[in-house]
Design a protein around this ligand. Structure first.
Ligand code: C5P
Length: 257
């Protein structure tokens, strides 16, 4: 199976390429390894590595197992997305980004709400780094609906807040964003084909929604302009994770074929 060796963000033209839709889907599906430790992560990766090329390590696993959990993933040629959603003063975030770049991750997140100075410092921290990770600014968490957004004092709709943060991020030199399926088409218009739009909140038809509020099916999210889809529980909690991933790849391929 081809492992992507670099990010290709020009997704608008991807449809024109004579690529097998399943292989193209495989290149764009990220499995969230939201598990409590290195052993369960290794078990899942073993079940999934012939089906998936991207794995996301988030707070639960990283805090439990530390940076060492990334090493076998990188060593086995997988693409790793480090999803720690950094949000701190610019100097601290810049230093954390430099540390993460040394771990061999290909994408990493920071909160857009950290502001333009924080985003610019993070970007500056990667200048001169070989094969740097793509920085993704998280806009509004997909678990937040209007009530949650209002509760933190924002006098805007989630969609307006996403657009504001994306414009701010682009001004700070960021081209990668995490947003919900509901905002992806507006963000694609804003970023053009160069935007790297990573979309969680994906639920195959008939799947449990869990705590996600702003969701879409895999095919819908791709049709709306997503570059990558992040899928956690529908794969990791399935009776047969590899079969669940295959089925999602088939749904994605429908939109890519
Ligand atoms: O299990 P589920 O498919 O809902 O997992 C979604 C993953 O995407 C989780 O790891 C979650 O932390 C992450 N995520 C999200 N919303 C964001 C950013 C990341 O759900 N805005």
């Amino acid at each position: 199976m081809p492992i992507p060796d670099r990010l290709n963000p020009t997704f608008a033209s991807a449809r024109a390429l004579p690529t097998d839709p399943i292989e193209e889907a495989r290149r764009r599906l990220i499995v969230a390894l939201d598990v409590p430790g290195a052993a369960s992560a290794a078990g899942l990766v073993e079940q999934l590595e012939n089906t998936c090329t991207w794995f996301k390590v988030g707070l639960e696993l990283f805090i439990a197992a530390g940076p060492a959990v990334l090493e076998p993933l990188v060593a086995r040629g997988h693409s790793v997305f480090l999803d720690l959603k950094l949000h701190d003063i610019p100097n601290t975030v810049a230093a954390a980004v430099r540390s993460a770049a040394k771990l061999g991750v290909r994408m990493m997140t920071l909160h857009g709400a950290g502001g333009p100075a924080m985003l610019a410092a993070a970007r500056a921290a990667l200048e001169g780094v070989d094969n740097p990770p793509e920085l993704l600014a998280v806009t509004v968490l997909t678990s937040m609906d209007q009530a949650q957004v209002s509760a933190v004092g924002l006098d805007r709709s989630p969609a307006e807040q996403v657009a504001l943060l994306a414009r701010m991020g682009m001004d700070a030199g960021i081209r990668g964003f995490v947003c919900s399926p509901q905002e992806v088409s507006a963000l694609r218009l804003l970023t053009g084909p160069e935007g790297v739009l990573v979309i969680p909140g994906i639920r195959p038809a008939g799947a449990a929604v869990g705590d996600q509020k702003r969701i879409a099916t895999p095919a819908e999210a791709l049709r709306l302009g997503a570059s990558y889809l992040v899928v956690g529980r529908p794969i990791t909690q399935a009776h047969d994770p590899a079969e669940a991933a295959e089925s999602i790849l088939r749904e994605m391929a429908e939109a890519l074929g």
